[in-house]
Design a protein around this ligand. Structure first.
Ligand code: M6R
Length: 606
């Protein structure tokens, strides 16, 4: 989704801004722009499409200046176009904005009545005109405070001023914003990825705060304009993870990284010698938690749904799962003995953050499972369990999904053991199986030769279905989500037992249907459901685990076998052919695999 960068320096900044915008490309966007100050003028250049287009534009119109702001835009108000791209500028001020200004229509009416002329269809432009208006009668800091006081909605802002050759304003409400520190230059960025190539020294703004950045000084203020102090954090350096290496796409790389990311995560949580789980500094006693609510969006939500099956199987805890965008507006019954767990790869998803914020405001126990440990969700939760995957750049989540399920599974085992619901022998046995998981994931990745051929049929079909039962049901949802996200074809995930209650009507001759039928307690049930769709003409791709008993393969179009392991861990292995199915379907269609249309990696607006 939208991304911000700002730099004030003692040397020209335009190429550093372009490089940082390229780091933000993974977020998904439809236009890009840059504004710098030179000789008392604001120079603004914007392009529709990729940052490459903007870069080409810059070759023709050289843009000078030691201070500037840049932006990649994901359209909310107004179509993706050059005119709607950020920055938006008046003669006095230039603004980049992430988020949505909910009262922009009202503000626009007021500003038009004061003689302001609008160029774009964006909500952002009201910010430009508000500051321009307030600067007529107020100093800079007062104008900023007045402008911030008028805005409703969520935002992260970067602002430069015609008369201020060394000053950038950053302001945050709801959307993340970071400040970076360099030698004789300082930076503003919508996340630390954008700043990592320039510095590893970062501070984060909290909601309501703003900052004044100069090349040798940064000052932070609260919402009333009172000066505050900020911690400077040092980030670890993992630049190599931002490189595709020999892979054609980040998604392909990230699928193949999974044995390693699982191994790293297992290493972080498993005590190899004692076959125990280490979760240090868990802030609550076991008696203090009687129920759980697991909350996430998209793929993260699917990982929560999977975990519910494990919790139900191995604990007596009451477990609810909710989509963050529903939870945040639901009339919730907040309970003191409930632990609210927020799952998010980026840790910046607006709905998930809002759900967490709501729980924090109601003084609930909150924990998060995230990949980005410097993220807003991690910072604002009482307790954090990282998934240790390294940066995930492909918009379609792959290694983070396995990482989220893994940490949830580890938590289930630990809580269940502590609550004396899982006996020691069983606990140790499950931990031992878990230690085999990286190898099993690797073998499953290596053995998926058939999938490319099968994927061609899914790519060309009008629509497809993904069926599962029990633990395989959330994996069916995830498989369908991945396919629609990447190949832009209709795909539905269903609990197979629901087919007769409506969806069976969709089955017609030749329709591809994935049936996830591992050898678990649902096997005989789901194979019956499979025969019902075959009888109505479906082309079934059966995905199961290797087993001494052969599959009764009557009328099955294709069968794919994943490695065998204990049933708890099969969701990890069943996911892999589905990731590849989506990847190859999109490849066949020639679509942009790492940046599917209309989507963003980090969904920072609701
Ligand atoms: O960063 P998050 O895990 O909070 O993101 C949640 C969803 O936006 C994300 O999982 C989305 O569904 C993926 N693009 C699916 O592949």
């Amino acid at each position: 989704m939208c991304g911000i960068i700002g730099i004030t320096s003692n040397k020209p900044v335009s190429s550093a801004i372009i490089n940082s915008l390229k780091k933000l490309e993974y977020r998904g966007y439809d236009s890009a722009g840059i504004a710098t100050l030179s000789n008392g003028f604001i120079n603004e250049i914007k392009s529709e499409g990729r940052v490459d287009n903007l870069e080409k534009n810059l070759i023709n119109k050289k843009i000078e200046g030691n201070i500037g702001i840049g932006h990649v835009r994901w359209a909310t108000h107004g179509i993706p176009s050059t005119i709607n791209a950020h920055p938006h500028s008046s003669e006095t001020v230039s603004v980049v904005h992430n988020g949505i200004i909910e009262n922009s229509t009202k503000l626009k009416e007021y500003l038009i009545s004061r003689g302001h002329i609008f160029k774009s269809q964006t909500d952002t432009e009201v910010i430009v005109h508000l500051i321009t208006e307030y600067l007529k009668e107020n100093d800079l800091k007062k104008s900023i405070l007045k402008m911030l006081g008028k805005l409703q909605g969520s935002f992260a802002l970067g602002i430069i001023f015609k008369d201020q050759p060394d000053l950038i304003i950053g302001a945050r409400r709801g959307s993340p914003l970071a400040v970076g520190y360099g030698p004789n230059e300082n930076y503003l960025g919508s996340d630390s990825y954008a700043l990592k190539s320039m510095t590893n020294k970062i501070s984060y703004l909290n909601d309501g705060e703003f900052c004044i950045i100069k090349k040798n000084q940064v000052e932070f203020f609260d919402e009333k304009g009172k000066k505050i102090n900020k911690k400077v954090l040092e980030l670890s350096s993992d630049e190599k993870n931002y490189d595709k290496g020999d892979y054609k796409h980040f998604m392909a790389k990230e699928i193949e990284e999974q044995p390693l990311t699982i191994k790293n995560c297992v290493k972080e949580y498993i005590d190899n010698i004692n076959n125990d789980i280490n979760i240090y500094n868990f802030p609550w006693k076991k008696e203090e938690i009687n129920s759980l609510t697991l909350i996430g969006c998209g793929t993260a939500y699917n990982s929560c749904l999977t975990a519910k099956y494990w919790f139900d199987e191995m604990t007596n805890l009451d477990v609810n799962v909710d989509v963050a965008s529903e939870f945040r507006y639901r009339k919730n019954k907040f309970k003191k003995d409930n632990l609210y767990i927020f799952v998010s790869q980026s840790g910046e998803t607006a709905d998930t953050y809002a759900a967490l914020d709501l729980c924090n405001k109601n003084k609930m126990k909150t924990a998060s499972i995230v990949n980005v440990i410097e993220s807003s969700i991690a910072r604002d939760s009482n307790f954090v369990l990282p998934i240790h995957c390294g940066p995930e750049i492909g918009v379609a989540s792959t290694k983070a999904f396995l990482g989220q399920m893994l940490v949830l599974y580890i938590l289930v085992l630990k809580l269940s053991f502590l609550r004396e619901e899982l006996k020691k022998d069983n606990y140790i046995q499950k931990i031992k199986s878990l230690k085999q998981l990286p190898d099993l994931v690797e073998k499953t990745i290596m053995s998926q030769n058939k999938i490319q051929l099968v994927a061609n049929t899914f790519a060309e079909a009008k629509g497809s279905m993904f069926l599962g039962r029990g633990l395989s049901y959330p994996i069916a949802l995830e498989g369908a989500l991945k396919l629609k996200e990447l190949s832009y074809t209709h795909a539905e995930g269903y609990p197979a037992g629901e087919m007769k209650h409506g969806p069976l009507a969709l089955i017609e001759n030749g329709m591809p249907v994935v049936v996830l039928a591992p050898r678990d307690s649902y096997y005989s049930k789901i194979t019956s459901n499979m025969q019902e769709v075959i009888a109505r003409g479906a082309k079934v791709l059966l995905i199961t685990n290797k087993n001494k008993d052969d599959v009764v393969s009557e009328n099955i179009w294709e069968t794919i076998e994943v490695e065998d392991t204990n049933v708890d861990l099969l969701p990890f292995l069943l996911t892999i052919p589905l990731q590849k199915l989506a990847y190859y379907s999109a490849l066949k269609k020639g679509y942009d695999i790492d940046k599917p249309r209309n989507l963003a990696k980090s969904v920072t607006v609701e």
